[in-house]
Design a protein around this ligand. Structure first.
Ligand code: CTP
Length: 405
C-alpha cells in the first residue's frame, strides 16, 4: 500500500482549519502512515497537542526550546521523513517560508528540510487574494514545493469564497503522489471507465453493471506514480480522482469520439470501460408510452473502440479488459489477438467478490508472450498497481528498443 511504513511530518499552523488536521492524522494513520505532528504556537491556541499525540501515537513537537524539546529535531525531522505536509498553512507561515525565516520549531525544520513538501493553504478569502500571499506561494512553487489550491465555500469568518482547507481525504490523495515511486513521470495515460448509456428514449437507456471502480483505481494509481492522466468516464457516481483530468461521456459513440481525440498523444491506453456492444437503432425523441402490445427494439452494433485504437497504435501500450462468464483465458487470448492489444486483463464475472460493483477483483493478466499472470483476490487498487507495473515494463522496453512483449 502506498503509505505503508512511510513517515509523514505534518506541520500545523494557527488557523481555524487546524481542527481538520486532526482528521488528516486519523486518515493517514488508517492507511498505515507514521505521522509526526509539529505545531506552531498559534496552532496550539486552536487545538491541544494531546489530541494529535493521541491520534498519531507520537510525541508532538511544539517548541524549539524549553522542557520536552529535542535539541536535534529542528534539523533532523525534515530529513528523516518521507514527505512533509503543511495543513493548514496560514498566510503567516507561507510568508515566513518564502522569506527563509526560522523563528520556531516548524519553520526551522522547514529551513533544513530535504524531502518533498505539500503546502495546503487555508485562510480568509481576502488574505488569499492578497498579491503578497500569491507572490509568496509562487516563490515556494518555484523552489519545488507542491501547493494545493484551497477550496471554495463557507469560511469560518462568515464570508463565502476561496480559502477553505481541502478535505482530509483529498490531502491524503495529493500526498500519495509525493511518497510514490514516479515511474510514470513524463508519461501520459488514457483510461476509460464505467458503463455506457445507450438511449431508447429521453428517459430510458440500455446499460450494464459496471461501476467504474477498476478504471478509477487505474487512473488514481497512475497519477500517484507521476503520470499525466485523462480519464474518460461513462456515467458513474464516483468522485473524480484527485489530479486527474476527467471527461464524462454517456454513449459508446461519445466515448469513441473522446478516445479518438486523445489517443494519438498518449503513451498508454487502459480500456477498462464496459462499452455497450449495441445501441437502439431508432432512439425515440418522445417518451415511449405503455400499451398492451409487444414492443420490439432493433439494435445496431456499436463501434469497437479498442479494436480501432489497436489498429491505429504506433508506440502506445494498449490494454484491454475482458469480463467473461465462460472460457476466461481462451476468450481473453482471442480478444488480445483480434484487437491487437499488448495486454489483456481477464476476470470471471460469475464470482460475487470479483468484477462488477465490488472493491475487489481476481484477474489474470495475459501478454502476447509468456505465461499468464494469475493473481489472487486483491483490492482493485492492488490490481491496478500490478497492471501498471506491466505497462511500465512494456513502455521501458519500447524506449530501450527491445520488444517488451
Ligand atoms: N470494447 C470496446 N468497444 C466495444 C466493446 C468493447 O472498446 N464496443 C473494449 C472493452 O473496453 C474491453 C474490451 O474491448 O477493454 C473487451 O470487451 P468485451 O465486452 O469483453 O469484448 P467484446 O469484443 O465486446 O466481446 P464480447 O462482448 O463478445 O465478449
Amino acid at each position: 500500500m502506498t503509505f505503508t511504513g512511510k513517515r509523514i511530518l505534518l506541520g500545523v499552523s494557527g488557523g481555524i482549519a487546524a481542527y481538520k488536521a486532526a482528521e488528516l492524522v486519523r486518515r493517514l494513520v488508517s492507511v498505515r502512515a507514521r505521522v509526526k505532528v509539529v505545531m506552531t504556537r498559534a496552532a496550539q491556541e486552536f487545538m491541544g497537542p494531546l489530541t494529535f499525540q493521541a491520534l498519531s501515537g507520537e510525541k508532538v513537537g511544539t517548541a524549539l526550546f524549553g522542557p520536552g524539546s529535542d535539541p536535534l529535531e529542528h534539523v533532523s525531522l525534515g530529513q528523516e521523513v518521507d514527505a512533509i505536509v503543511l495543513a493548514p498553512a496560514t498566510a503567516n507561515l507561507i510568508g515566513k517560508l518564502a522569506a527563509g525565516i526560522g523563528d520556531d520549531l516548524l519553520t526551522t525544520i522547514m529551513l533544513a528540510a530535504t524531502k518533498p513538501i505539500l503546502v495546503c493553504p487555508a485562510m480568509n478569502d481576502q488574505m488569499w487574494a492578497n498579491p503578497v500571499v500569491q507572490e509568496n506561494l509562487d516563490r515556494l512553487q518555484a523552489r519545488g514545493f507542491q501547493v494545493m489550491a484551497p477550496e471554495s465555500g463557507d469560511l469560518a469568518c462568515g464570508a463565502v469564497g476561496l480559502g477553505r482547507l481541502p478535505e482530509p481525504e483529498t490531502i491524503v490523495e495529493a500526498l500519495a503522489r509525493l511518497v510514490s515511486k514516479q515511474d510514470f513521470a513524463g508519461r501520459r495515460v488514457l483510461v476509460t471507465a464505467g458503463p455506457t448509456h445507450e438511449d431508447l428514449d429521453p428517459v430510458r437507456f440500455l446499460t450494464n453493471r459496471s461501476s467504474g471502480k477498476m478504471g478509477y483505481a487505474l487512473a488514481r494509481m497512475a497519477w500517484r506514480r507521476g503520470a499525466e492522466v485523462c480519464l474518460i468516464s461513462g456515467p458513474t457516481a464516483l468522485a473524480p480522482p484527485y489530479g486527474v483530468e476527467r471527461l464524462m461521456v454517456r454513449s459508446a459513440q461519445d466515448m469513441l469520439k473522446a478516445v479518438r481525440q486523445r489517443f494519438p498523444k498518449v503513451d498508454a491506453l487502459l480500456m477498462a470501460a464496459a462499452v455497450g456492444d449495441y445501441r437502439p437503432t431508432h432512439a425515440k425523441a418522445r417518451k415511449i408510452k405503455r400499451g398492451p402490445q409487444e414492443e420490439q427494439f432493433q439494435l445496431t452494433p456499436n463501434p469497437d473502440i479498442l479494436k480501432e485504437m489497436g489498429a491505429l497504435k504506433k508506440r502506445q501500450v494498449v490494454v484491454g479488459f475482458a469480463a467473461e462468464t465462460h472460457d476466461l483465458e481462451d476468450e481473453a487470448r482471442r480478444k488480445l489477438a483480434a484487437k491487437n492489444l499488448d495486454l489483456i486483463v481477464a476476470n470471471d464475472v460469475n464470482r460475487p467478490d470479483a468484477g462488477f460493483q465490488v472493491d475487489t477483483n481476481e484477474v489474470t493478466i495475459i501478454a502476447r508472450q509468456g505465461e499468464p499472470l494469475r493473481l489472487p483476490l486483491l483490492t482493485k487498487e492492488e490490481v491496478a498497481e500490478i497492471i501498471l507495473d506491466r505497462v511500465v515494463e512494456l513502455l521501458t522496453a519500447r524506449e530501450q528498443g527491445t520488444t517488451g512483449a
